[in-house]
Design a protein around this ligand. Structure first.
Ligand code: PEP
Length: 253
C-alpha cells in the first residue's frame, strides 16, 4: 500500500525564526495523524534549525529541500549539494518545480541529473511535472507530461521507482487559486501511473506515490484526495499556515 504524502513547499517564505515558529505550530496538529506522512520543504537557510527542532520535538514531520545542485562538491558558487542536504537530515528533495523550469530556465536534462544525484545520496526526489494552460487548451497536456517523464526519469532504474515521488502540478494551477478538477487531476495521475507501468512494470508503478499540486486548500482537498491515483499533495501557499496544512493532511489520514 502506498502511504500518502502531504508535502509543504514553503518557497521563498519564512526566515529562520518564522520557520521555527511554523514548525512549533504544526507539530501538535499532525502528531496524531496516522497513515499519512507529512513533510515540509523550507528554504535552505532554515533547514539546519528546522531539522534540529523536528528532532527535539520528536514531531512526525519529514524534511525536504526545494532544490539541489547535481554534483557532490566542487566549484559551483552559491549551490548546495545532495550530501550537504543529507547530512542535515533531509529526506525529500523537490526536482523540476515549474517555478525553476519557467523562471530560472531549468531544462529536463538538468532535472534528470538532479533526480539521479538525489537518489545517489539516499534521499527521495519529488519530481514535478505539468503543463501550461496553453498546452492544456491545445490538448497537449499528457504529451507534455510524458515528454518530461521520459527525459527526467531516463536515469532511474525500475528498482529505484519505489524511492521516487512524482507530483503532477499543472502550471496554470500553481499559486493562482485555480485548481484542476478532481477528475482532471485523477486522469493525469492515472496517466502518469500507466506510463510508469509501461516503462518500469506494474509492480513499480503501483508502488510509487503520485501527488497532485496546484492551489490545494482545505476546502478543495477533500475531493482531490479521495481520488484513487492521488496519493497526497504538494502544497505551496496553504502550507504556510499550520492549521490549513494540517487540515489538508487530515483528508489522507
Ligand atoms: C507548489 O508550489 O508546488 C504549489 C502547488 O503551490 P500552490 O499550492 O500555492 O499552488
Amino acid at each position: 500500500m502506498r502511504k500518502p504524502l502531504i508535502a509543504g513547499n514553503w518557497k521563498m517564505f519564512k526566515d529562520n525564526d518564522q520557520a521555527l515558529e511554523l514548525v512549533r505550530e504544526l507539530a501538535p496538529l499532525v502528531e496524531a495523524l496516522e497513515d499519512v506522512e507529512v513533510a515540509v520543504c523550507p528554504p535552505f537557510t532554515t533547514l539546519a534549525d528546522v531539522s534540529r527542532l523536528i528532532a527535539e520535538l520528536g514531531a512526525p514531520i519529514g524534511l525536504g529541500a526545494q532544490d539541489v545542485y547535481p554534483e557532490r562538491e566542487g566549484a559551483f558558487t552559491g549551490e548546495i549539494s545532495p550530501p550537504m542536504l543529507k547530512a542535515l537530515g533531509v529526506d525529500y528533495v523537490i526536482a523540476g518545480h515549474s517555478e525553476r523550469r519557467e523562471i530560472i530556465g531549468e531544462r529536463d536534462e538538468f532535472v534528470a541529473a538532479k533526480v539521479r544525484a538525489v537518489l545517489d545520496a539516499g534521499m527521495t526526489p519529488i519530481l514535478c511535472v505539468g503543463e501550461t494552460l496553453e498546452e492544456r487548451e491545445a490538448g497537449k497536456a499528457s504529451a507534455k507530461v510524458e515528454g518530461q517523464l521520459r527525459v527526467d526519469m531516463a536515469v532511474v532504474e525500475a528498482g529505484e521507482i519505489p524511492g521516487m515521488v512524482i507530483a503532477y502540478e499543472p502550471i496554470w494551477a500553481i499559486g493562482t487559486g485555480k485548481t484542476a478538477t478532481a477528475d482532471d487531476a485523477q486522469e493525469m495521475n492515472s496517466f502518469i501511473r500507466r506510463w510508469l507501468a509501461g516503462a518500469y512494470g506494474e509492480d513499480a508503478a503501483s508502488s510509487v506515490r503520485v501527488l497532485y499540486g496546484g492551489s490545494v486548500k482545505p476546502d478543495n482537498a477533500s475531493e482531490l484526495m479521495a481520488m484513487e491515483d492521488i496519493d497526497g499533495a504538494l502544497v505551496g501557499g496553504a502550507s504556510l499556515k499550520a492549521a490549513d496544512f494540517a487540515a489538508i493532511a487530515k483528508f489522507k489520514a
